[in-house]
Design a protein around this ligand. Structure first.
Ligand SMILES: [Zn+2]
Ligand SMILES: [Zn+2]
Length: 399
């Protein structure tokens, strides 16, 4: 890190935005020209993220849900454009203020300031921004393998599966007991009331259907959901036209059974173990649910993807934090009350964002494809332009 910063400071001493080929026009002209481009880039980037759930739930859609989704889409895109555009303007502005680019004022500080803008949005939008940025940071730490823990986790799919199983148990339990929000791949079973389930050897999770039917309905629903997701992913995948006769055939060959296998096995193990344990041990409701959430997490081994792992880790941390907050809502302990009021998400988001922008442009080898996609989507492919020039600079300075 120190070596690159030194090389960077030396090399960038005389560079301007134009000489470093970040933009050919003057800085004010560049900033003015970019406003519609940033809006367009964000609306394009957030379209599949915000609108795809509509496609999946097409049968249950009504006017109110449609309006809410469109509002959410507009809010995500506008705040993304505001954050991206602020970073863009600050890169030029700080260059002007300091008289030159420096290692941290080049990307880190502009992103830190730009990231603070996410505070003006609703909690729902804040949540998606925070989740993605924290997820990308975890991916980067795993790729950096800078200490024994990250090295161990990054190198072992078995360890990742165990951690994913713990996360799965925690997240599903949070949703089951506290009805916590936040997207998770599985909807937990309905919570059993305390007075129920007194009869031994009878599962009361689904009074209107048998255990086999409950399992079958769940697997069928998640099979179709997974298949839809896999098909959408295939349709949106990039095809190398030089290697295939037609674009359509190339897309067909890109089809992979991923979400389908993951979701079907996840719900299958979850519902099967939950029903089985409820019949065997009807008085251990909470323990049964924790155990079925834990065991179903084994499906991670079907699809061991670092994105999935880091997402589960972020959601598990959110769940722990929310459970602590709910359980200590009426606490008389002053220090604890003060600690629980600290908005850690708001404080950590700009730092996390600055971190990934910095890494995506200067050390892309430590970034996940997700981090590269997010930063490029929000800032109209600007990191791609910067990355190319930084790579050239590294070549010239033989770094
Ligand atoms: Zn400029
Ligand atoms: Zn059952």
């Amino acid at each position: 890190m120190a070596a690159l910063s030194k090389v960077f400071d030396e090399y960038m001493r005389t560079e301007t935005c134009q000489s470093f080929r970040m933009h050919p026009e003057s800085c004010p002209a560049h900033c003015l020209k970019d406003i519609p481009l940033y809006l367009l880039s964000n609306f394009k980037y957030f379209a599949p993220i915000c609108l795809l759930p509509l496609l999946v739930k097409l049968r249950h859609i009504n006017k109110k849900k449609l309006r809410q989704t469109l509002e959410y889409y507009a809010e995500c895109s506008l705040i993304g454009a505001a954050v991206g555009y602020t970073i863009n303007v600050l890169i030029c502005f700080l260059r002007y203020i300091f008289g030159r680019f420096t290692y941290y004022s080049y990307l880190y500080v502009p992103s830190l300031i730009g990231g603070c803008l996410h505070n003006i949005t609703s909690d729902r939008v804040k949540n998606i921004f925070e989740t993605s940025v924290f997820q990308c940071n975890i991916d980067t730490y795993l790729l950096l393998r800078s200490n024994t823990i990250t090295r161990l986790i990054a190198n072992s799919k078995h360890l990742q599966t165990y951690i994913f199983m713990f996360c799965s148990a925690l997240i599903l339990q949070g949703k089951y007991l506290y009805n916590l929000k936040g997207f998770w791949f599985l909807q937990p079973n309905n919570k059993l009331a305390d007075f129920e389930n007194t009869e031994n050897a009878k599962c009361q999770l689904h009074p209107e259907s048998s255990c086999q039917q409950h399992l079958w309905y769940g697997m069928r629903k998640y099979f179709l959901l997974g298949l839809t997701l896999d098909l959408i992913k295939t349709m949106m995948s990039k095809v190398d036209v030089t290697k295939t006769q037609s674009k359509m055939w190339g897309k067909v060959r890109n089809f992979r059974v991923r979400s389908m296998a993951l979701l079907t096995s996840y719900i299958g193990v979850y519902r099967f173990t939950h029903c089985y344990l409820n019949r065997k041990f009807p008085h251990q409701k909470n323990l049964n649910h924790i155990l079925s959430g834990f065991l179903s997490g084994i499906c991670y081994s079907c699809y061991p993807q670092s994105n999935l792992f880091s997402y589960a880790l972020v959601q598990a941390i959110f769940t722990i934090w929310n459970i602590i907050r709910i359980n200590n809502f009426n606490s008389k302990h002053q220090v604890l009350k003060y600690l629980l009021r600290i908005p850690f998400g708001k404080i950590l988001f700009p730092i996390g964002l600055a971190n990934i922008v910095h890494y995506v442009c200067l050390k892309p080898e430590y970034c996940s494809p997700l981090a590269i996609a997010i930063t490029n989507g929000v800032t109209n492919q600007y990191p791609n332009v910067i990355r190319k020039e930084v790579a050239l600079m590294k070549q010239k300075t033989e770094f």
